[in-house]
Write a protein that binds this ligand. Structure first.
Ligand code: NAD
Length: 330
């Protein structure tokens, strides 16, 4: 039984090989999945893809002719897969619904604390033997109001950490989480949550949430709000956020995801000319912190991703029950 991995990185090879207790034949391809590269999955029963592999209807049709039975996402989000097309052609789709949500939640907190205490600047300054504090003034997160948009696995973990910091946590979700309500999180309409001091996005990218942060919603925020996005780049209208940074409406922005990230992220472009002027503009702001989709990237998370993915493929192939709730999408 063969699984072909697209967009595979050295760490994928390391973790999937280590946890391949089923003895699957694993083929790791550096290339992303597209209309041309899908042919490389010949003789495979399953393909394993990542966040920026676009699995559209055309690719799914080609998979049908290659007799591929399973599309497995080694991530939680599935906005990049045409589920309807997969269902129509009887191809099973699975994902890893939750793998160490704390990994992403803790990264969101790390971004917030870097921005509010300017540790990214302090690190460089001290290395230059500049021990002056001028320009590094921060503020306490304790006592601030945190707005959490989307309180699923990751948003819940993030809200709990922020409660531990002594923050007031308000949240918006389609479904209120009773466990969070019991420990003091208050659910409000989106318009109210946008008025928080610090806003962190943890909802999935859907038609409803595309450009959730736009010119209108930015106008509803308080002046000097802080925005953190570790969810999906498409939640944010980046040019609108750039304008808000220019006017000071937003005092700091932390993003681990970017709408056009597939052309840049997960690759070393240090010797290239970056043609994307939007990300170049973002990188020029002293109060913007960008990480390249690394929030999930912990030892614990990679172990869980590999284990859950391989178990789900095994379950689907052998018509056994898939152990993890929410792993099978169609
Ligand atoms: P989840 O499914 O557990 O939670 C998502 C929550 O968002 C749910 O509670 C859902 O009700 C809510 N939601 C759905 N539509 C909404 C809307 N229109 N408005 C408000 N809330 C809405 O997912 P999760 O595991 O918490 O992951 C959240 C997102 O984080 C994923 O969709 C993925 O895009 C992103 N993610 C990023 C990384 C990373 O490395 N940066 C890693 C994993 C996941």
């Amino acid at each position: 039984m063969k699984i072909v991995f697209f967009s595979a990185q050295p760490y994928d090879k390391e973790f999937f090989s280590k946890y391949n207790t089923q003895g699957f034949e694993l083929l790791f391809l550096e290339t992303g999945l597209n209309e041309q590269t899908v042919a490389l999955a010949k003789e495979a029963e399953a393909v394993c893809v990542f966040v920026n592999d676009k699995v559209n209807a055309e690719i799914i049709e080609k998979m049908v002719s290659l007799k591929i039975k399973i599309i497995s996402l080694r991530c939680a989000g599935f906005n990049n897969v045409d589920l309807e097309a997969a269902k129509k052609h009887g191809i099973k789709v699975c994902r890893v619904p939750a793998y160490s949500p704390e990994a992403v939640a803790e990264h969101a907190v790390a971004m917030l604390l870097t921005l509010n205490r300017k540790t990214h600047k302090a690190y460089n300054r001290v290395r230059e033997q500049n021990f002056a504090l001028q320009g590094l003034l921060g503020y306490n997160v304790h006592g601030k109001t945190i707005g959490v948009i989307g309180t699923g696995n990751i948003g819940k973990a993030f809200a709990k950490i922020m409660l531990g910091f002594g923050c007031k946590v308000i949240a918006f979700d389609l479904i209120a989480n009773k466990e969070l309500e019991a420990i003091g999180v208050m659910y409000h309409p989106l318009m109210e949550v946008l008025k928080a001091d610090i806003i962190s996005l943890h909802c999935p990218l859907t038609e409803q949430t595309h450009h959730l942060i736009n010119e209108q919603t930015l106008a509803m925020m308080q002046d000097s709000a802080v925005l953190i996005n570790t969810s999906r780049g498409g939640l944010v209208d980046t040019p609108a956020v750039i304008n808000a940074l220019k006017t000071g409406k937003i005092s700091a922005l932390g993003i681990d995801v970017y709408e056009q990230e597939e052309k840049l992220f997960f690759k070393d472009h240090s010797a290239d000319i970056i043609e994307d002027d939007t990300i170049q503009r973002l990188m020029s702001f002293p109060n913007v912190l960008i990480t390249a989709h690394q929030a999930f990237f912990t030892d614990e998370a990679l172990m869980q991703i590999a284990t859950i993915t391989l178990n789900s493929i095994d379950g689907l192939l052998h018509e056994k029950e898939v152990e993890v709730l929410g792993a099978v999408l169609v």
